[in-house]
Design a protein around this ligand. Structure first.
Ligand SMILES: NC(=O)c1ccc[n+]([C@@H]2O[C@H](COP(=O)([O-])OP(=O)(O)OC[C@H]3O[C@@H](n4cnc5c(N)ncnc54)[C@H](O)[C@@H]3O)[C@@H](O)[C@H]2O)c1
Length: 169
């Protein structure tokens, strides 16, 4: 385990299976704690148990990433349960074997909502905590400042505004 990351939490959307779970396992091996977000409740539980078995703290959150309000709500819950946020992996994505001219407007909208707006929701939901819009407490601000500080160190930056790099990675 890499001591450098011990204690930080990595948030992985679409983390219940596939590439998301693979990312989560790799991050756990580097010492990150994990917060998994997905719509698949049973798979989330299995994935969380697998991560805990490696010795890290892992929690699951059932949510549809296309839901803006839910992203902000869960981001707040994550900050309550973990000491410091470290990484956000916007992994969730859906696809279709159909071509552009074969899909319906509803299918197009759903893809945009999950794949594109989902990334925005989770980045923005986390940023809103920074602005104190949800909890508004000094304690919350200090936690988020530590998060950005960690990101700056992880990415080799000494200063500047690393927030968008941190939140969109
Ligand atoms: N597998 C590939 O070859 C491949 C190639 C290029 C890009 N990708 C991208 O990598 C990412 C992961 O791919 P994968 O193959 O592991 O996919 P996957 O379908 O196995 O896993 C995606 C996960 O996202 C979850 N999910 C779907 N919709 C959701 C929603 N609205 N809210 C929350 N969670 C939701 C699913 O339940 C699932 O657990 C996707 O963004 C995909 O587009 C995959």
């Amino acid at each position: 385990m890499t001591a450098m990351h011990t204690g930080s939490v990595a948030v992985v959307t679409g983390g219940a299976r596939g590439i998301g779970l693979g990312c989560a396992m790799s991050l756990a091996a580097k010492g990150f704690n994990l917060a998994l977000v997905d719509v698949l409740e049973d798979e989330l539980e299995e994935a969380t148990a697998k991560l805990r078995a490696t010795g890290v703290q892992a929690e699951s959150f059932v949510a549809d990433v296309s839901d803006f309000a839910r992203a902000a709500e869960i981001a707040g819950d994550i900050l309550e349960r973990f000491e410091a946020l470290g990484v956000l992996v916007n992994n969730t994505g859906i696809g279709s074997a159909k071509g552009l001219l074969e899909i319906s407007e509803a299918e197009w909208n759903r893809t945009i909502d999950v794949n594109l707006k989902g990334c925005f929701n989770w980045s923005e939901g986390s940023r809103s905590i920074d602005a104190g819009e949800r909890l508004g407490s000094d304690r919350q601000h200090r936690r988020v400042q530590r998060w950005y500080g960690q990101q700056a160190r992880l990415r080799g930056f000494e200063g500047g505004d690393t927030r968008h790099d941190a939140l969109a990675c």
